[in-house]
Design a protein around this ligand. Structure first.
Ligand code: PHE
Length: 344
């Protein structure tokens, strides 16, 4: 029966060809049914055996059995191959989440030294019961000068090289003291707060002068406020800031039209014991101007000066930051130089 022999060969090569192209388990099952299922090609072939002579049975029986075996083995092998491929694919995908893989350093931003320093100052004053206030940099002549007992044509205006503006009666504030005037006009004592912020003066720029710098104003108004409160506040603040329990201060008279009496408060040099370039060989650093609020300021802001007294101070925040961080050139603050900024 050459016919049967050919059939076996055709089925065998078809089986091989189809198996090689399968990639889905579902397709594999369909293939299984079409070859060795109940009505499969090989099963039918086996069914035909009974119609053959004994001689033929002997010849073709083993061949068809072998073909059936070939189909079973081929399907099993292909199934294994497909599952392996699938788990390999899943594996490849999981590699995207490899926690040990290299991640290049991404640069992150950080806070400007001014921001860090202001936060430090605020923490200290908040711990002493002060509030945090704010005021505009574009200020009225009234708040910056007149309310602070510096009327028009008063020689004290010469202390401040002012940036005037096109708008009559407006200027860039020359100090943070106008925040005092604003608060006193808005609130009734008792009150206590600080106001850190930018100030502007028409100055030639060098390593220790800038036309824009920062100050921090302080104001405390209540009944029976004395200079003792001012000195204690200055000392407590400076000791906390420089973390030195024994840091001494000294008091000298100072003139500011909006305080009476007025003082310059110095602190012991934090860099030396017997004189250095920072303290100009004096061992003292001038740091903290202040005084008691002048009655004329109270009057201008409608506060009863017979009932209340207050202390006020306004230190150079920029200068203090330079001392605190050891910065020797004021221009670095606004230089945008990363080499400088990244140190904080
Ligand atoms: N505003 C003053 C200045 O800029 C400093 C100061 C503030 C002095 C408050 C006394 C009281 O020079």
């Amino acid at each position: 029966m050459p016919n049967l022999k050919e059939k076996i060969q055709t089925i065998s090569s078809e089986l091989k060809q189809q198996l090689a192209h399968l990639s889905q388990e579902k397709e594999l099952e369909a293939l299984r049914l079409s070859f060795i299922g109940k009505k499969g090609a090989i099963t039918e072939l086996l069914g035909e055996l009974k119609n053959l002579t004994i001689e033929e049975k002997k010849e073709f029986g083993p061949l068809i059995q072998a073909l059936r075996q070939e189909a079973e083995d081929g399907i099993a092998a292909r199934k294994k191959f497909i599952t392996e491929q699938q788990s390999q694919a899943a594996d490849n995908q999981a590699r995207h989440f490899d926690v040990t893989s290299y991640v290049p350093n991404a640069p992150t931003g950080h806070l400007h030294p001014y921001t860090l320093f202001i936060e430090e100052i605020q923490r200290i004053f908040l711990s002493m019961g002060y509030e945090i206030w704010d005021g505009p940099e574009f200020e009225t002549e009234f708040n910056n000068f007149t309310a602070l007992n510096i009327p028009k044509d008063h020689p004290a205006r010469d202390m401040y090289d002012t940036f005037w503006t096109d708008q009559e009666g407006y200027l860039l504030r020359t100090h943070t003291s106008p925040v005092q005037a604003r608060i006193l006009q808005q609130r009734t004592p008792p009150l206590a707060g600080i106001a850190p912020g930018r100030t502007y003066r028409h100055e030639a720029v060098d390593a220790s002068h800038d036309f824009m710098f920062m100050q921090c104003e302080g104001l405390l108004v209540d009944k029976n406020v004395t200079v003792a409160h001012l000195f204690a506040t200055a000392q407590t603040f400076l000791r906390a800031l420089f973390q030195k329990n024994t840091l001494d201060i000294r008091i000298r008279p100072g003139f500011f039209p909006f305080v009476e009496p007025g003082f310059e408060i110095d602190m012991r040099c934090i860099f030396c014991k017997s004189g250095c370039s920072v303290c100009k060989q004096s061992t003292w650093i001038e740091i903290f101007p202040g005084g008691l609020v002048h009655p004329n300021v109270f009057k201008a802001c409608n506060i009863d000066a017979t009932q209340y007294s207050g202390l006020a101070f306004g230190f150079g925040l920029t200068r203090l930051a330079m001392l605190r961080y050891g910065i020797d050139d004021i221009r670095l603050f606004h230089s945008g130089k990363l080499k400088f900024l990244e140190q904080f």
